[in-house]
Design a protein around this ligand. Structure first.
Ligand SMILES: [Zn+2]
Length: 454
């Protein structure tokens, strides 16, 4: 009996796993029309929400959207009443590290198609419809992305920079696959070789560390990426590094430069060159985030992180995280980063949510909401924060023509909330449903348990 039970459980788990892993993206029939009515809609392009809105979806696209009086409701459409709910576009994360966690361990040896898919599912569960993996992606990432883009796999839409660029002995040195060009010419050739091996959405560089990457070599990689139609994302922390790389055409500062205050010339250059500033406030906020772990009681935590929640949600683990409060230098760096971010924002430089999620305790799908909360606490309005979490990221990824806002012609990807994030930004986690490609995602199929032998 006992053995039978074990076999039965194993078979059931295997079946569940296969079903979840193979779950194709929700795709509405091309001619099906759905009308969503009664909700408050934050479209990420207007400056105010649309109250009592109507969204007409045909297939995967938005065909009409606006206040009830302004939209003609087609006959014979399926109608979904969402009175009392608030809808915003799917969240875009432009800085994450996907596929390397296994239980409480984190490292390249755990990377597999299953862990990549698990993280994509966990993002989607919490309303993140676009997730970016920044610079350490082995072949399983491209396999999952190929499956997704061919309609064979679900989860948040993934974007990869494959393996990033650093210097021999510098950051990420332990990874032999990281590109370590010694000359400008070598950097160009490496970018060209990468660009020939699709899918590839951008390149990633690390210019901090000791030794640090030569900025002329980094600049050459950025310029070559631009020639190849690829964006460039750079891990940096110093203002002068950022200034030099922006001159070379850098697209995304993956962290906020914070060794000193930004001067007016920097801010003007950043605006003129069109660089975006990724938030990653939560990374700088450090262990303090565990001092107010209200998100740990979110029901989704138990659903999506069942393999670690029992270890993490204990006084011992949380105590270890919070027993090391940030030192004075870190607190000052955080405040300086906030001031620099606000200067860039005031000048019109796009701010984009990037949470660095993926490692143990930095929950994919949850960290983005907390990063957004810190952004609003820093001084952006909830509406500005939501734009940073949606359309600004879609534009950086080069997919702003299809995703990131709720407008006629765009793909119907959105989050339905029970409460209004414009009155309290924490409400973005009060999720009632997630829609993708014009259909409600079956969130019950998203958990994928990969806590052993991958
Ligand atoms: Zn990172």
């Amino acid at each position: 009996m006992k053995r039978f039970f074990v076999v039965l459980v194993s078979l059931t788990l295997a079946a569940l796993f296969a079903a979840a892993y193979a779950a194709p993206p929700q795709q509405a029939p091309a001619n099906a029309t759905t009308v969503i009515e009664g909700a408050r809609v934050i479209d990420s392009v207007s400056n105010a929400a649309i109250e009592n809105a109507v969204i007409v979806i045909q297939g995967d696209r938005i065909r009409a959207i606006g206040a009830r009086a302004s939209v003609q409701i087609p006959a014979n459409a399926r109608t979904v009443n969402m009175a009392g709910k608030t809808i915003m576009p799917g969240i875009v994360n432009v800085h994450g590290h996907i596929g390397r966690r296994n239980g409480m361990q984190y490292g390249p040896e755990h990377y597999s198609k299953q862990t990549v898919q698990r993280d994509a599912n966990s993002y989607l569960y919490f309303g993140i419809t676009h997730a970016t993996s920044l610079g350490q992606d082995w072949p399983p990432m491209k396999e999952v992305i190929r499956d997704q883009r061919a309609g064979r796999a679900g989860g948040a839409r993934l974007y990869t920079g494959e393996f990033g660029f650093s210097i021999e002995g510098g950051m990420q040195n332990a990874n032999p696959s990281i590109h370590k060009p010694k000359t400008v010419e070598e950097a160009r050739q490496m970018v060209q070789a990468m660009a020939a091996n699709k899918p590839l959405d951008f390149i990633k560089l690390w210019v901090d560390g000791n030794p640090k990457m030569d900025l002329n070599v980094a600049g050459a990689a950025i310029e070559e990426a631009d020639r190849q139609g690829l964006k460039s994302y750079v891990h940096l922390s110093q203002v002068e590094d950022a200034r030099k790389l922006i001159e070379h055409g850098l697209d995304s500062m993956a962290h906020i430069p914070r060794d000193k205050e930004l001067d007016d010339a920097f801010v003007r250059l950043a605006k003129e060159k069109g660089v975006t500033q990724t938030t990653n406030l939560i990374g700088l906020y450090g262990g303090r985030i565990y001092l107010q772990p209200t998100y740990l009681s979110h029901p989704g935590m138990r659903v999506m992180f069942s393999d670690v929640i029992g270890t993490i949600n204990t006084p011992q683990w949380l105590g270890e995280q919070t027993a090391r409060p940030p030192n004075q230098a870190n607190l000052e760096a955080y405040d300086r980063a906030v001031r620099n971010l606000l200067k860039l924002h005031a000048a019109g430089v796009p701010i984009v949510i990037g949470s660095d999620s993926g490692s143990v305790g930095q929950f994919p799908g949850v960290w983005e909401h907390l990063d957004l909360e810190l952004l609003v606490r820093a001084g952006l309005s909830p509406m500005e924060g939501i734009k940073a979490a949606t359309i600004n990221g879609a534009r950086l990824l080069g997919v702003g023509d299809r995703y990131g806002s709720l407008e006629v012609g765009k793909v119907a990807d959105f989050v339905v909330m029970n409460s209004n994030p414009l009155t309290d930004i924490k409400n973005t986690m009060d999720i009632s449903a997630v829609w993708m490609n014009g259909q409600e995602v079956n969130r019950a199929t998203l958990p994928v348990n990969t806590s052993s032998n991958n």
